[in-house]
Design a protein around this ligand. Structure first.
Ligand SMILES: NC(=O)c1ccc[n+]([C@@H]2O[C@H](COP(=O)([O-])OP(=O)(O)OC[C@H]3O[C@@H](n4cnc5c(N)ncnc54)[C@H](OP(=O)(O)O)[C@@H]3O)[C@@H](O)[C@H]2O)c1
Length: 263
């Protein structure tokens, strides 16, 4: 079976698996000639120790994926560890940490990369803007996903899905910005969006699908307790969208429910 067929065979499998969990989900379409037993598809999730990343890890794990979740402090990632998933140390602002993470992955195929790790910023007036803080937000929210994507490309090329999902925000939409504020955060997500469009264009000939997704307003440490959605609702909806993605979707900005968001 060709790589294309393998990727196509995988599309749609996740929803079915979520609806009826099975014990050993295999990487769909694995060649019948392969001597080794079927292996599950692999997803890498950054910032998986809490919030949306933890819920991504929980739901992908329940769906039978091999989950590699990253944490800045694996020794403190008790909730992630309780899922029984593989945990790797990663601080996306630290070049050495990123290199060590890439070495730990090695040539293990990665089907899906979810650049989820991020930090917020609630500075509402330009008079309160602190350049050092803005620089740090950019380091985490934009340069972080750029670094991680760069080092994981060989592993993603070896995977079947070739799917990169960058978690953005509605606050990163220039067209939807009518209220302003959130200095640093909005700009970092708009830059992440631009990175994703560039990546989509560059990797399109290789069959990659690179998108950004807005998770909605979700009850996490970042979103706060008043947010509309639970992590389970947001991630459940996003995984349904992710499951249905094809290379024709590359370069798109989706909301968690699958609606297109204007840039
Ligand atoms: N919640 C919402 O309403 C909402 C809305 C729109 C977009 N988003 C986006 O969704 C993503 C996840 O947000 P969340 O709500 O789950 O936030 P969260 O609960 O605050 O979790 C953030 C995660 O990112 C990790 N992280 C922070 N800095 C990092 C770094 N330098 N290197 C590696 N990991 C780092 C954190 O690790 P530590 O525990 O070590 O700090 C944590 O695992 C973010 O990209 C955010 O911008 C969220």
């Amino acid at each position: 079976m060709t790589t294309t067929h393998r990727a196509q065979a995988m599309a749609g499998v996740l929803v079915a698996v979520l609806a009826a969990p099975i014990v050993a989900q295999t990487r769909p379409g694995a060649s019948e000639q392969e001597a080794s037993p079927d292996v599950p598809p692999t997803v890498v999730i950054t910032g998986a120790n809490r919030g949306l990343g933890l819920e991504f890890a929980r739901q992908f794990s329940a769906a039978g994926f091999e989950v590699i979740g990253t944490a800045r402090r694996p020794d403190k990632a008790d909730d992630l560890r309780s899922l029984g998933v593989r945990i790797e140390q990663l601080d996306v602002t630290d070049a050495q940490s990123v290199e060590q993470f890439a070495a730990a992955i090695g040539d293990h195929p990665v089907d899906i990369l979810i650049n989820n790790a991020g930090i917020g910023g609630r500075v509402l007036s330009i008079k309160d803007m602190d350049a050092a803080r803005v620089r740090h937000i950019f380091e985490v929210n934009c340069l972080g996903p750029m670094r991680v994507t760069q080092v994981l490309l060989p592993a993603l090329r070896a995977g079947d899905r070739k799917l990169i999902v960058n978690i953005t925000s509605m606050l990163g939409s220039i067209e939807r910005n009518t209220r302003g504020g959130y200095y640093g955060y909005r700009e970092s997500k708009a830059a992440l969006n631009m990175f994703t469009r560039s990546l989509a264009a560059e990797l399109e000939p290789e069959g990659f699908t690179c998108i950004v997704m807005n998770p909605g307003w979700v009850r996490t440490d970042l979103g706060g307790s008043q947010a509309r959605l639970s992590p389970a609702e947001s991630i459940g909806a996003m995984i349904t969208v992710i499951d249905g993605l094809t290379p024709a979707d590359t370069g798109a900005f989706f909301s968690y429910g699958g609606e297109r968001v204007p840039w």
